[in-house]
Design a protein around this ligand. Structure first.
Ligand code: NDP
Length: 287
């Protein structure tokens, strides 16, 4: 079985982003800029934000981090987003989710200028993905598409099955595979005869959030298996939604956890920020 190495793909994409970012900075006199807002002190979120900041520095981007206390008022967060929406040096705005329960996540997503919405969660960007006419795609499904492209895995005409229908992974994943002419089925917790369906998949994407949920019995011989899951075991280890060892006997290729889909997500955030910066510059040039 081929190990689909997300670190390798990520390195290749980052090299390209870095080169393009340098060219952008030379041409415009300022770098692409990303603002990341963290509300509260959730340890996992803090790690994600730190890694995003590190990636920005590595890419030569401007990185601004806003760490707000957990009791921040929604109005104050919206005011900060409004300021960043109007800041010409900031091309991407990311509010780290989840937010404290006192803040309406939807209101926050709606407040971000869709042209700076590098997470692609704003309904305007979701609609553009549905239409197939988009600039940003949520980072995790975008990263999965990069892995498939890098390893030249054919999608057109293939049976693609996704387990999970979240707005950040399952649904956009379905649209991207459909756009590439895959024949797509989306499964969820109410799906009947799940194994029967997953065993038809040439490409199986698993985004359930349950450790080792998928085993060899659920996989068609020769299938490509993409594991999105990040689950922590009681001893602190990170495991995926797929039992990698078990499926390695039947699948033709699969992403490991860690080292598969995970490394791609922040890389695609960098790509979206660069795209946002370029689009803003183009609009300015057009007057
Ligand atoms: P959600 O919890 O939002 O969605 C899980 C989905 O799995 C739901 O659609 C749910 O169905 C479905 N599901 C749950 N149980 C079953 C079951 N028994 N049979 C079939 N379907 C089931 O999760 P996310 O999409 O946000 O994340 C999924 C996983 O991916 C998590 O482990 C998360 O940590 C990880 N993740 C990793 C990222 C990365 O960068 N690598 C980024 C984002 C997420 P229903 O809709 O009916 O409830």
């Amino acid at each position: 079985m081929i190990r689909l190495d997300g670190k390798e793909v990520s390195l290749s994409v980052r090299t390209e982003i870095k080169r393009e970012a340098e060219a952008f900075t030379q041409a415009h006199g300022y770098p692409p800029g990303l603002a990341v807002i963290l509300v509260g002190d959730d340890p996992a979120s803090s790690v994600y934000v730190r890694n995003k900041e590190k990636a920005c520095v590595e890419m030569g981007f401007l990185s601004r981090k806003y760490e707000l206390p957990a009791d921040t008022k929604q109005a104050d967060l919206l005011a900060l987003i409004d300021t960043l929406n109007r800041d010409p040096r900031i091309h991407g705005i990311l509010v780290q989710l989840p937010l404290p329960k006192t803040i309406d996540e939807n209101a926050v997503i709606l407040a971000i200028d869709p042209d700076k919405d590098v997470d692609a969660f704003h309904p305007a960007n979701v609609g553009r993905i549905v239409e197939g006419n988009y600039s940003f795609v949520p980072c995790t499904p975008a990263g999965i598409m990069e892995i498939l492209k890098y390893y030249r895995i054919p999608i057109a005409g293939k049976r693609c099955v996704i387990i999970g229908r979240s707005n950040i992974v399952g649904k956009p994943m379905a649209l991207l595979l459909l756009e590439q002419d895959g024949t797509v089925t989306v499964c969820h917790s109410k799906t009947e005869n799940l194994t029967e369906i997953t065993r038809t998949a040439d490409i199986l994407v698993v985004a359930v959030g349950r450790a080792k949920f998928v085993n060899a019995d659920m996989v068609k011989p020769g299938a490509v298996v993409i594991d999105v899951g990040i689950n922590r075991t009681p001893d602190g280890k990170v495991v995926g939604d797929v039992d990698y060892e078990s499926i390695s006997l039947v699948a033709s290729a699969a992403t490991p956890v860690p080292g598969g889909v995970g490394p791609m997500t922040i890389t695609m955030l960098m790509r979206n920020t660069l795209t946002a910066a370029k689009r803003t510059a183009e609009r300015k040039n057009q007057g």
